[in-house]
Design a protein around this ligand. Structure first.
Ligand code: IPM
Ligand code: MG
Length: 365
């Protein structure tokens, strides 16, 4: 069955890294007979420039009808003064909300050859392989009421609402527990139950679900600030970190730096089974280096690997692609953010080269 993949390159370095992933996807089409129909669309500032809105209804419909959506990045100084719902980021949030991709998987894996690229001591990060499960369609990103109002004295007041229902908490917690079962079986849930009622509800619901259905999984709770500290103090203690939308945004940037660079981290955003997945690197649009051909394409290419695993029903190709990225890095082909001088295109080509290499398995020798 032919799979439909929609590319939404977006802004900044988005188009550069998206075209890298597209090259890789084409490689699988040509060399592995992976049947895929690729379309592209506009999102973020790129869509604002053409259509006046960050996500046109037709693009949203195409995303919901695709098997997988591969998104580059959105945002940039050019659109920073737009009203809030016409900013590039609003397009991304609308997309996440409409696709109902409530579970955002952000794996932070240290490729062995990059242990020197991390700002942390190699022994602190060696063997790092953790998974952040970030709730993506609730919490303070979506809560109502929101906005800026004027007080009677003429001064302005900004409001955002952090809110979660128990169903929203349970469905994302379930994803974390299921993933943990395939990993080391350990979940740490991060919240601020000490100061937030919704945080306490989060903690209680996660614990209840674990006790009722996942007693084989080891669950601990950690305050989110402590979690941030533990991530740099002793990151190897973690297997799966489950957390809300805002804490997940912050903790995943932090986890990314353990792997050497924000440019390395992919993500998969999943909804109900059978629904399309949204795949994006976590790095953002990096306008300062846009168009220079030195952005790290790994976060985007590894996001394609996650698409193979979670939506495109080819976990074998996911594993091959992850291996190829690892080999390209071992061969010393690295972009600037991870201590090299290679361009986006050169690192992409090195991944394609590694894909094409004949792998001699020990058992075959
Ligand atoms: C991310 C990004 C987004 C977020 C922005 C671009 C809206 O930082 O995916 O981590 O805050 O979720
Ligand atoms: Mg972020």
């Amino acid at each position: 069955m032919t799979k439909n993949v929609l590319f939404l390159p977006g802004d900044g370095i988005g188009p550069e890294v998206a075209s890298a992933a597209r090259k890789v996807l084409n490689w699988f089409g040509t060399h592995e007979n992976f049947a895929v129909k690729v379309t592209t669309g506009l999102i973020g500032g790129a869509a604002i420039d053409v259509a006046g809105v960050p996500l046109a209804p037709a693009t949203l419909a195409a995303a919901c009808a695709a098997d997988a959506v591969l998104l580059g990045a959105v945002g940039g100084p050019k659109w920073a003064n737009q009203s809030f719902n016409l900013r590039p980021e609003a397009g991304l949030l609308d997309l996440r909300g409409a696709m109902q991709v409530f579970a955002n998987l952000r794996p932070a894996v240290l490729f062995p050859s990059l242990s020197e690229a991390s700002t942390l001591k190699p022994e602190t990060v060696a063997g790092l392989d953790l998974m952040i499960v970030r709730e993506l369609t609730g919490g303070v990103y979506f809560g109502e009421p929101r906005g800026v109002t004027e007080l009677p004295d003429g001064k302005r007041r900004g409001i955002n609402t952090h809110s979660y229902t128990c169903d929203e908490i349970r469905r994302v917690a379930r994803v974390a527990f299921e993933l943990a079962r395939e990993r080391k079986g350990v979940v740490c849930s991060a919240d601020k139950a000490n100061v937030m009622e919704a945080g306490l509800l989060w903690r209680e619901e996660v614990q209840k679900l674990r006790d009722a259905e996942y007693s084989d999984v080891k669950l601990s709770h950690m305050l989110a600030d402590n979690c941030a500290m533990q991530l740099v103090r002793a990151p190897l203690q973690f297997d799966v970190i489950l957390t809300d939308n805002l804490f997940g945004d912050i903790l995943s940037d932090q986890a990314a730096m353990l792997t050497g660079s924000l440019g390395m981290l992919p993500s998969a955003s999943l909804g109900a089974p059978g629904k399309p997945g949204l795949y994006e690197p976590i790095h953002g649009s990096a306008p300062d280096i846009a168009g220079k051909n030195y952005a790290n394409p790994c976060g985007m290419i590894l996001s394609l690997a996650l698409a193979f695993r979670h939506t495109l029903e080819r976990p074998d190709l996911a594993a091959r692609l992850e291996c190829a990225v690892s080999r390209a890095l071992e061969n010393g082909v690295r972009t600037r953010d991870i201590g090299g001088a290679a361009s986006t295109a050169e690192l992409t080509d090195a991944v394609l080269f590694a894909l094409g290499e004949k792998v001699v398995h020990v058992a075959d020798v």
